[in-house]
Design a binder for this molecule. Structure first.
Ligand code: NAD
Length: 490
């Protein structure tokens, strides 16, 4: 296979595009049209070996010799390169994922800022010293954890790649990143850009491949020190198991079934469009999609009417049209899965107030769907559907809202809409989720830690806390007297 031609994508190993050792290629089609998009290489075990070897070589070689200030400069340069290439990258991502280009542009802009945030954060990496006393002199060092395996899903291929790469590189780690085999294109381009701005070869390697084979091999690889995984809760459990032997550092960003809680005193002019955005953004294929709308019973009918009408007016269609608000789903197979959930909802007794049938045509489109008459214990209110399907549930008071909000195995995000800020803050304490938005639908900002409680995982992305997850702390103790002093000796 000739790599780097217009519609063919290789692997990215040791600073260069590479052919897969097994010669395996996957034909990618555009989910919104069914048209061919690209031919993308799939990495096998020998490719993972090469990538890990390159990452280890860079960790102990060029990257170890790169001063922190230079790492920071390179992250800024990568932010600049991402910004300069935003048009082509956005189009590639929109065509590969089927996602509305306006959404992709916002994700890309956030990715640029994420590199800038961690470029600045390099300056915060510092050990400490304390007055242990006597003849002992102590200080601690912060050192990179080592080679990081990073596994990203298909729903935000480029943005998730920036979330993972920026803190790892800031900490001085090197990376072998495995995108989902369906959506490897923008991560590969980003790796190329890293090389172009001067990130030494071997620091960033990208090996698209199937999860249970290539992904599991990468996670188990003895040359990998840390695994950062984003994906489903089920796969997260498997990753954790794989990381137990030999013991590896692991962080997991997993699924969600997040609530959007609307009180009677909320400003519906904000709450309705925001609640619509919070579920139908990215066609509901978001970990933090607010897929359960909990509405105070006294305003249930009014809110549901307004919400359903706003959802009906969403512009669904061509991902490349700047006016489109919702594109297609990732594949027909995924659309079938989403539709089975809607059928299950019907069987469980829910009413379909909007949508509920796959669209005709070649693209994997599914309309904005609203399920009402839902009880919190129904499977459609418990399981992550990962599509444009919202379940609407009434509640009686604040206590009841918190009970229903917490009545799932996940805990990634929650939004509260209320005219009473004190109530918003009371609920922020009661709800078991990693982030709470009060009258605020947007979820991800560089600098604000993002991650899960309960089965939504552990570890954080985006925040300064993330840097620590790529660092080890080493303590150095020096006795300045010829006879080592032990304050605890009897
Ligand atoms: P998935 O778990 O099937 O796959 C995610 C990634 O893991 C892919 O790259 C896949 O190839 C790889 N993988 C699969 N099995 C593996 C194995 N045994 N070993 C190693 N790698 C393996 O998830 P998905 O369906 O692609 O993504 C959707 C899920 O991701 C949803 O549950 C969503 O909520 C979650 N998600 C979470 C966040 C977050 O930050 N919490 C963000 C985005 C998506």
């Amino acid at each position: 296979m000739a790599v780097a031609t217009q519609r063919e994508y290789g692997l990215f190993i040791n600073g260069a595009l590479a052919d897969p050792s097994g010669g395996e290629i996957r034909e990618l089609t555009e989910p919104a049209t069914g048209e061919p998009l690209a031919r993308a290489a799939l990495a096998g075990e020998a490719d993972v070996d090469r990538a890990v070897e390159a990452a280890r070589g860079a960790l102990e070689g060029a990257w170890a010799k790169t001063p922190a200030t230079e790492r920071s400069r390179l992250l800024h340069a990568l932010a600049d390169a991402l910004h300069a290439n935003r048009k082509k990258l956005a189009e590639l991502e929109a065509r590969n994922v089927g996602k509305a280009i306006s959404s992709v542009k916002a994700e890309l802009a956030q990715g640029v800022e994420n590199f800038r945030f961690f470029a600045s954060a390099v300056g915060t990496i510092a050990g400490r010293s304390n007055a242990i006393g006597g003849s002992l002199h102590f200080y601690s060092l912060k050192e990179p954890v080592g080679v990081a395996a990073q596994i990203v899903p298909w729903n935000y291929p480029l943005m998730m790649t920036t979330w993972k790469l920026a803190p790892a590189l800031a900490a001085g780690c090197t990376v072998v990143l495995k995108p989902d085999p369906a959506t490897p294109l923008t991560a590969l381009r980003l790796a190329e850009l890293a090389g172009e701005v001067g990130v030494p070869e071997g620091v960033v390697n990208v090996v698209p491949g199937d999860g249970p084979t290539t992904g599991a091999y990468l996670v188990r690889h003895p040359g990998v020190d840390k695994v950062s995984f984003t994906g489903s809760t089920q796969t997260g459990g498997e990753i954790m198991r794989l990381c137990s032997e030999p013991i590896k550092r692991v962080t997991l960003e997993l699924g969600g079934k997040s609530p959007n809680i609307v009180f009677a005193d909320a400003d519906f002019a904000d709450a309705i469009p925001s609640a619509v955005w919070s579920i139908y953004y990215s066609a509901g294929q978001s970990c933090e999609a607010r897929s359960r709308v909990l509405v105070e019973r006294s305003v249930y009918d009014e809110f549901v009417g307004g919400f359903t009408e706003a959802a009906r007016r969403l512009k669904v269609g061509d991902p490349l049209d700047a006016e489109t608000q919702m594109g297609s789903l990732i594949s027909h197979a995924h659309r079938d899965k989403v539709h089975r959930f809607v059928e299950l909802g019907r069987e469980e007794g829910a009413d379909v107030a909007l949508g509920g049938e796959p669209a005709d045509g070649a693209g994997a489109f599914y309309p904005p769907t609203v399920l009402t008459g839902v009880d919190s214990r129904m499977l459609v209110a418990q399981e992550e559907i990962f599509g444009p399907v919202v379940t609407v549930i009434p509640f009686d008071d604040e206590k009841d809202a918190a009970r229903i909000a917490n009545d799932v195995k996940y805990g990634l995000y929650a939004t509260v809409w209320t005219g009473d800020p004190a109530r918003g803050h009371r609920l922020a304490r009661r709800i078991t989720a990693g982030t709470i938005g009060i009258n605020m639908p947007y979820t991800a900002f560089p600098g604000i830690p993002f991650g899960g409680y309960k089965q939504s995982g552990f570890g954080r992305e985006l925040g300064i806390e993330t840097l620590d997850l790529y660092l080890e702390t080493k303590s150095v103790v020096h006795s300045t007297s010829p006879k080592p002093f032990n304050p605890f000796s009897l």
